[in-house]
Ligand binder design. Structure first.
Ligand SMILES: NC(=O)c1ccc[n+]([C@@H]2O[C@H](COP(=O)([O-])OP(=O)(O)OC[C@H]3O[C@@H](n4cnc5c(N)ncnc54)[C@H](O)[C@@H]3O)[C@@H](O)[C@H]2O)c1
Length: 350
């Protein structure tokens, strides 16, 4: 399709893991994804379905130029810092990029008359609070972030909700649970440097590319003592973003929606699934709990079904592991994260 006739969507952080998968989903639906990214943790090679504008979120003028240059109609905002552990040692940096960066984006959008936003929020806005580990999280659940990272996501949501009321912006905040897996094409996948996420670390350990996996805590009040999480395939997550762009909402509306499967998987279950797929057990040891890690984060996905008409299609644990393994066996970029020095840095900051 001719680029000029396509509706352009600005994808901040589109060179990163979830952003790149969403850019592909947008392209497949006929949109032009314009990626705005400073490449601090993203990869140029992940930007395949539209142009890359190299810039920092806190640079409002650069954002404004990108919005005008491509006649952007909507923004999907992924850019930010994501490591929970690092947020406990560098909280100021997280507030600067995740919150002040969002202020800068909202100001640029208002200036250019772009009034539709989808925001990457997180299950980390909930924290464990007083909830029992069996309880799935509905959107109304108490917000008690266990980390500065979660606090920045909640603060950004509040900011966005207030701007919806004040200026007629229409926004959807998607609170994702654990993004995982990779595009089945093998062209894009998860590549965080340093890598702190369970699935890529477990696969690297099983493939003998890294040192043994550390399981952080086996003494939680959960069925097998390890943390419970809701793993959602990144392609399902990407589809939820496209659905959030399409959903018919009045001007000024703000919706926060959980994006998960509703099924909790324990760290031990994930590790066993990786061992099965690789054909050899994952070498691992048990370490201390990490700061800011709630025992259980599992979504109640009812609102996603009702408002977005979205349900997960490829988020079985087997499918997630199969797609992640294909990518980890042949990553197109980011292989440097397997460097032992980077692994050590990841452990220190996790
Ligand atoms: N990965 C998960 O499981 C998960 C879960 C819940 C929420 N999220 C949220 O989803 C979003 C994307 O996560 P991801 O896993 O794809 O992370 P990622 O690190 O792969 O992607 C983030 C992207 O943002 C870019 N970026 C960072 N700071 C920037 C800045 N100041 N200016 C411009 N670009 C900048 C990075 O270069 C990178 O390409 C984040 O906002 C994160 O909080 C992720």
């Amino acid at each position: 399709m001719d680029r000029k006739s396509q509706t352009a969507v600005l994808v901040t952080g589109g060179a990163g893991y979830i952003g790149a998968h969403t850019a592909k989903a947008l392209h497949e639906r006929g949109f032009l994804p314009v990626v705005f990214d400073n490449l601090s943790s993203g990869f140029r090679e992940a930007v395949r379905w539209g142009p890359l504008v190299h810039g920092d979120l806190r640079d409002r003028a650069a954002l404004g130029e990108a919005l005008s240059a491509y006649d952007i109609k909507a923004v999907i905002h992924f850019a930010g810092l994501i490591e929970v552990g690092r947020s406990t040692v560098q909280p100021d940096l997280f507030w600067d990029i995740n919150v002040a960066g969002t202020i800068s984006l909202l100001a640029a959008m208002r200036e250019k008359g772009v009034d539709r936003l989808v925001f990457s929020s997180s299950a980390a806005v909930y924290g464990q609070g007083q909830r029992s580990v069996q309880e799935a999280l509905a959107e109304e659940a108490d917000k008690a972030p266990d980390s500065p990272y979660g606090a920045t996501k909640l603060a950004a949501e509040w900011l966005i909700a207030a701007q919806c009321k004040a200026y007629g912006l229409t926004a959807v905040a998607l609170r994702y649970f654990n993004a995982s897996g990779a595009d089945p094409s093998g062209l894009i996948g998860e590549a965080h440097e340093p890598e702190t996420h369970l699935l890529p670390l477990a696969i690297a350990a099983a493939l003998g590319d890294g040192k043994p996996l550390t399981i952080f805590g086996q003494d939680f009040q959960t069925p097998d003592g390890t943390c419970l999480r809701d793993y959602i395939h990144v392609s399902d997550l990407a589809a939820a973003h496209v659905a959030a762009l399409d959903v018919d909402l009045p001007a000024g509306a703000f919706e926060a929606i959980n994006v998960g499967t509703g099924e909790g998987r324990s760290v031990s279950q994930v590790v066993a699934a990786v061992g099965k797929a690789v054909g050899s057990p994952v070498p691992h040891s048990i370490g201390d709990r990490r700061a800011g890690d709630p025992p259980s984060l599992v979504a109640d996905p009812t609102r996603a079904r009702q408002v977005l008409g979205w349900t997960p299609r490829c988020s079985s644990l087997e499918q997630i592991v199969e797609d992640a393994l294909r990518w980890e066996r042949n990553p197109r970029y980011g292989a440097g994260r397997r460097d032992p020095a980077k692994r050590a840095k990841a452990d220190a900051s996790a």
